[in-house]
Design a protein around this ligand. Structure first.
Ligand SMILES: C[S@@+](CC[C@H](N)C(=O)[O-])C[C@H]1O[C@@H](n2cnc3c(N)ncnc32)[C@H](O)[C@@H]1O
Length: 244
């Protein structure tokens, strides 16, 4: 049985195939803190050192699960968030927040009533996020797997978000986990909303995102280490397996 929904502006109601996975598909099932519903038992670890070192160390030890050796620049964060109407934004979910460079800019732009749900899998990076945003009452930092973010939102009584912001290394996820994240995003994002993705490989994955979304805009960000960009996506078309 297929369910229908209209996730994006100008998009026709999108059929979610009957085969849509309801259970989460962990991108990193061997992670010690992984739980079936994607949340982890509060077990963050105390971060030692500056953000650049935490990211560098995570990259050196986990490679493509991290995908970038440095936190995003504020130029990347601004470009990613450009165009969001903060006056009408109730909830944003950020997937793969790292040390929080994008979260930090969101806390400056968002109204205090706007909920910022921030999900990070790495216990040390999550520890940094909890420490950094401990005074931000509208920021909820979750140690968990973003491939289960629908469950994590449901646990908090959230059915819909205005935008999904992703720092996840989606191209290196197993296809089934990437499909699950993007399908969940499509089910969750409000009609006016967007899926926004950072990259440090400008335009390389444009075709990949076009296979999931009808409308994909790329914005180049030269002032980032390394230079990168952002994809702003609307009009979910279905998972790769249904659009191939
Ligand atoms: C390229 S870094 C981006 C970090 C940060 N958003 C930034 O812009 O600097 C990717 C982040 O995604 C996190 N990540 C990878 N897989 C994840 C998953 N399944 N669930 C949640 N976070 C994940 C990594 O731990 C890492 O912090």
């Amino acid at each position: 049985m297929a369910t229908t929904q209209n996730s994006q502006p100008g998009a026709a109601a999108t059929a979610i195939p009957a085969s849509a996975p309801d259970a989460c598909i962990p991108a990193n099932p061997e992670a010690p803190d992984a739980l079936p519903n994607g949340s982890a038992p509060g077990g963050t670890r105390t971060p030692k050192g500056p953000d650049w070192w935490l990211m560098m160390r995570a990259f050196l030890t986990q490679g493509k699960k991290i995908a970038s050796f440095a936190p995003s620049s504020r130029f990347m964060a601004r470009k990613l968030l450009d165009g969001i109407d903060w006056t009408n934004t109730q909830t944003i979910v950020e997937l793969g927040a790292g040390t929080g460079p994008i979260t930090a800019v969101m806390t400056k732009l968002a109204r205090p009533e706007t909920k910022l749900i921030v999900i990070e899998l790495d216990p040390i990076l999550c520890g940094r996020l909890r420490e950094r945003f401990r005074h931000a009452a509208n920021v909820d930092v979750i140690l968990g797997d973003a491939t289960c973010f629908g469950d994590l939102l449901a646990e908090r009584g959230i059915q819909q978000v205005d935008h999904v912001i992703s720092g996840l290394p989606l191209p290196s996820f197993p296809a089934v986990a990437r499909d699950a994240v993007l399908e969940m995003a499509a089910k969750t994002i409000a009609a006016h909303g967007t899926f926004r993705q950072i990259t440090v490989m400008p335009l390389v994955y444009y075709k990949l995102y076009r296979r999931y979304f009808d409308d994909v805009r790329f914005r180049f960000v030269p002032f980032n280490l390394p230079p990168g960009g952002v994809y702003v996506c609307r009009g979910y078309r279905g998972t790769l397996s249904t659009t191939r």
